[in-house]
Design a protein around this ligand. Structure first.
Ligand code: ADP
Length: 281
């Protein structure tokens, strides 16, 4: 079974981006800048935000992490986002999810100026994506496509199955796969008999947030499986939405967790921030 590791893809694309950033810094007279908002102290969110800031600095961007307590009033965060929207030195703004309950996703999605929305969550950017004229590529789905392209896995004409329909992964991924001429099956919590539908697919993308959901009997032999899940068990081991023991010998390729989709997501975030900064210049 081939492991679709992000490492060679990220190494190559980071080196390219670093070079392009050096040139852009000369043109702009400043570095591309990413502002990250982190609310509360969810340990996983802290780790992800740390990785994003680190990766940004490594390619030559500047970045800042703006922290708020879990109980922060919605208006306080909105005020800060408006300042960032108006600041010409800020190219990309990201509000780390999950949000505390007083912040409503449907409101927050409208806060970040669409031209700085490097997470691609603003309805305007989702609309541009769905109509085939994207301004930004959503980070996780975009990273998945870069991974498949690197390993020469064909999408056009294949039957694909997306497990999950979240706004951040499942829905935009489905849209990108359709735009690459795949035929789509999409599963969600209410799908009756999901295993038999999944088994029809040449390529399977799992973003259900359910540890070990995908077992061997969900997969067609020789398929390609991309695992978006991240779960940490009590011993600290990180696993995904695929039950790796039960699928042994069935798929042709599988993206590892960790080291697959996660680093690719960060790569697209950097590339989106670079694109936003380039448009400024
Ligand atoms: P993520 O952030 O990884 O996209 P979410 O928790 O936001 O995950 O969304 C989970 C998605 O997975 C939902 O769309 C839900 O319908 C889907 N899902 C959850 N459990 C199953 C299941 N057993 N079979 C198919 N889809 C599922």
């Amino acid at each position: 079974m081939i492991s679709l590791s992000a490492k060679p893809v990220v190494e190559k694309r980071r080196a390219d981006l670093q070079g392009k950033t050096t040139r852009l810094r000369a043109t702009l007279g400043r570095a591309p800048h990413l502002s990250v908002i982190l609310i509360g102290d969810d340990p996983a969110s802290q780790v992800y935000v740390g990785r994003k800031a680190n990766a940004a600095t490594k390619v030559g961007f500047t970045s800042e992490t703006i922290r708020f307590p879990e109980t922060v009033p919605s208006e306080t965060v909105l005020k800060r986002v408006r300042e960032l929207n108006a600041d010409p030195r800020v190219d990309g703004i990201l509000i780390q999810r999950p949000l505390p309950s007083q912040l409503k996703e449907k409101d927050v999605a409208l806060w970040v100026d669409p031209s700085k929305d490097v997470d691609c969550l603003h309805p305007e950017n989702i609309g541009l994506l769905v109509t085939g004229n994207p301004r930004f590529i959503p980070c996780t789905p975009g990273g998945i496509l870069l991974l498949l392209d690197h390993y020469g896995i064909q999408i056009e004409g294949r039957t694909v199955c997306v497990v999950g329909r979240s706004a951040i992964v499942g829905k935009p991924l489905a849209s990108l796969l359709l735009s690459r001429n795949a035929s789509l099956i999409q599963l969600h919590r209410r799908t009756p008999d999901p295993a038999s539908l999944c088994k029809l697919a040449d390529l399977v993308f799992v973003a259900a947030g359910s540890r070990g959901l995908i077992k061997g009997d969900w997969l067609k032999p020789g398929s390609v499986v991309v695992d978006v899940g991240i779960h940490r068990d009590t011993s600290g081991r990180i696993t995904g939405d695929v039950d790796t023991d039960s699928i042994l010998g069935i798929p042709h390729a599988l993206s590892p967790v960790p080291g697959g989709v996660g680093p690719m997501t960060i790569q697209v975030l950097l590339e989106n921030t670079f694109a936003a900064a380039s448009r400024e210049g």
